[in-house]
Write a protein that binds this ligand. Structure first.
Ligand code: ZN
Length: 348
């Protein structure tokens, strides 16, 4: 936590102290943001307006509306959307008496499902460490803070995210905008205009994804299960339909989700090696994949999803199923006269 640039959750001292206990700074690695508190109903449409007596100057208003749009557009989940509305009950205030910690430049309050508030200190506010300058009112001079990014940070708190536990060297700082220590220009992430992957990771596990083909945040490593069946069962030859069901096997609200739009490959074991046969086609039923091929007698088949760098989903391998028939000599197409008693080619 940086001493000069806190964006704290307001209610507060107690909630803050509790968080410090639950999520010690010893947490290492590319870690999803901790959860601050309960989730709003999925797809909540949250509205805000400027607090009475605390209307920001025009440039800040524009920045805050952009920050709210950033939070809506980049949520990658069914977390709340945020829009400005003059009749809204939730306040966003600027430069007025506020419950922020004395050294905080912004803070937020949430009371699910009733409402929320966000506050920003005024540009020019004096701290022990110096003077606050919002970039949007000082022509983006070095050392300024982006009000747009701070709005995104605070709305992350409103969503239910606590501060991201960074690595000691902060090399993962840009994986999250929900940070205890905000960065001034030109430090890394000072002008973030989208949630980071470790923000959306927690939003996805709290709120679920908007569609079954939405990629899972790369800050996650969700295990999944892959089934495999053949129709007709145990066929020895001819055209056979292989069908797989692919589902998430962990991840809060993601658990049990069908996984659509992924690349599932049917493999056959040939000469003890697993070989890709064909990419299975996604079916109308989400998370279901199917393909029709001519099978070899007495051959093992399995389905595989291979993890990619673009998604936080682990490699998954189905159980093996075997086509029918008998082999008293070398089978015509499957050069595996005696299947080995050990299993090879697994453990991807
Ligand atoms: Zn914060």
């Amino acid at each position: 936590m940086k001493n000069q640039t806190l964006s704290a959750i307001a209610t507060a001292a107690t909630a803050f102290a509790l968080l410090a206990i639950l999520f010690p700074s010893a947490v290492l690695g590319d870690t999803p943001d901790p959860v601050l508190g309960p989730a709003w109903p999925q797809d909540s449409a949250l509205e805000y307006h400027w607090a009475t007596g605390g209307v920001p100057p025009a440039a800040i208003r524009t920045a805050l509306i952009e920050g709210a749009t950033d939070a809506t557009v980049s949520r990658a989940s069914r977390a709340p959307s945020f829009t400005y509305d003059t009749t809204a009950a939730n306040d966003v205030g600027y430069g007025i008496p506020m419950p922020c910690a004395s050294n905080a430049i912004a803070c937020a309050y949430r009371n699910v499902p009733t409402g929320f508030d966000v506050w920003l200190r005024e540009s020019g506010h004096k701290y022990d460490w110096g003077t606050l300058r919002w970039c949007e009112v000082v022509a983006f001079a070095a050392g300024c803070f982006s009000a747009e990014t701070l709005m995104l940070d605070e709305l992350g708190h409103i969503d239910g995210l606590a501060h991201h536990p960074n690595l000691p060297d902060e090399s993962d700082y840009t994986d999250s905008v929900v940070q205890a220590g905000s960065h001034a220009k030109p430090q890394a992430g000072w002008n973030a205009s989208a949630f980071g992957v470790c923000d959306t990771a927690t939003l996805q596990t709290m709120y679920d994804v908007p569609s079954w083909s939405t990629p899972y945040s790369t800050c996650l490593a969700i295990p999944a299960t892959l089934s495999l069946s053949m129709t007709p069962p145990g066929a020895a030859s001819g055209s056979v339909i292989f069908t797989s069901a692919f589902r998430a096997a962990d991840g809060g609200r993601l658990n049990g989700n069908p996984l659509a739009g992924r690349r599932v490959v049917l493999q056959a074991r040939i000469s003890f090696n697993w070989v890709d046969v064909v990419v299975m086609a996604g079916m109308t039923t989400a998370g279901s994949y199917s393909i029709s091929i001519s099978v070899r007698p007495v051959t093992d088949y399995r389905a595989v999803y291979r993890a990619t760098a673009s998604e936080g989903l682990r490699t998954a391998v189905s159980p093996t199923i075997t086509s029918g028939g008998t082999c008293t000599s070398v089978c015509p197409l499957g050069p595996t006269p005696v299947r080995p008693s050990i299993t090879l080619g697994r453990g991807r």
